[in-house]
Design a protein around this ligand. Sequence first.
Ligand SMILES: Nc1nc2c(ncn2[C@@H]2O[C@H](COP(=O)(O)OP(=O)(O)OP(=O)(O)O)[C@@H](O)[C@H]2O)c(=O)[nH]1
Ligand SMILES: [Mg+2]
Length: 321
Amino acid sequence: MPEIKDILLGNQRAGARMIRLIEEGSPKAFPLLKQLYPHSGNAFIIGITGSPGVGKSTLMDALILEFRKRDKRIAVIAVDPSSPFSGGAILGDRLRMQRHATDEAVFIRSMASRGQTGGLSRATKDTAIVLDAMGYDIILIETVGAGQGEFDIASLAHSTGIVSIPGTGDGIQAVKAGILETGDVFIVNKCDRPGADASVHALTMMIGMRNRGTQLSNPSPKWTPLVLKTKALDGTGVDELADTFLSHFDFLKKNSLTDQTKRTQETLYFKSLLNDLTLEKIRSFMEASPKYDAVLKKIQTHEMDPISAAEHVVNTMIILK
Ligand SMILES: Nc1nc2c(ncn2[C@@H]2O[C@H](COP(=O)(O)OP(=O)(O)OP(=O)(O)O)[C@@H](O)[C@H]2O)c(=O)[nH]1
Ligand SMILES: [Mg+2]
């Protein structure tokens, strides 16, 4: 069992053990998380999202270097890009960021942690709480695309960087996917390829239009998203990207927007916990009933189809008024 005091001291072994409990869904995680929670809320959480292969991991690797130059302690969560079975991708991320492995101020975790609806699962949020309590200044989270779940990256992060590459009509796709609203920094990576300036131009135009629309309806100070070009492979433009993220964080703090984010996040976290705990409680109540066993037998002997069986259990055991 990891010791709270070790986690709070930033001990990476203790942190890793705690995160493993979270990933396993262990009941031991909750009491520890409760103690860690009051020590969280200081880290700057950055989400890096974009289609598969646009260079998110390479970019994060370069960002780690830039943030280290600025003396920041960094934690990275790479959320398994495609499926829980793609061990290759996880290994790839580990290897790519290997050069930071011996740096005590850098902590990298890969997790298979996407929820059923494509959003992040609660485990990602729980892990962010642990890393925050461990004292990391910045938490970088890599995910593919934008999901529909409770913990969409934009609702977990303070700042969301959307990565695209030249010549893929990403601007239009961004509008379609509705991610234009959630981006704080737009990154056109692989700018060594042709068409980078055209992509920057298209994105800048679209952001301009988006902002004119929201400025009228919302008078509170508004961050104007920036579009930056990078070549993650050799770190070109990543210096400016790191500064942009940090100035966005300053902007949020100056305008008390971090408090607002925190309130929204706490509500979402609470609701997601409520969902999970309610489901758990009802299910264990149902499973303890002899009626459940009887129905289960009928499914196994093909006397009843699973759909009717599930409906029957729910309808006869939950009495809603
Ligand atoms: N030409 C060029 N290639 C790049 C650049 N950045 C990354 N790449 C290459 O793009 C490929 C994908 O990079 P990753 O960093 O794995 O991309 P990713 O978005 O993390 O991919 P997934 O995690 O699978 O979604 C690798 O072969 C990188 O070497 C760049 O700036 N220019
Ligand atoms: Mg990746």
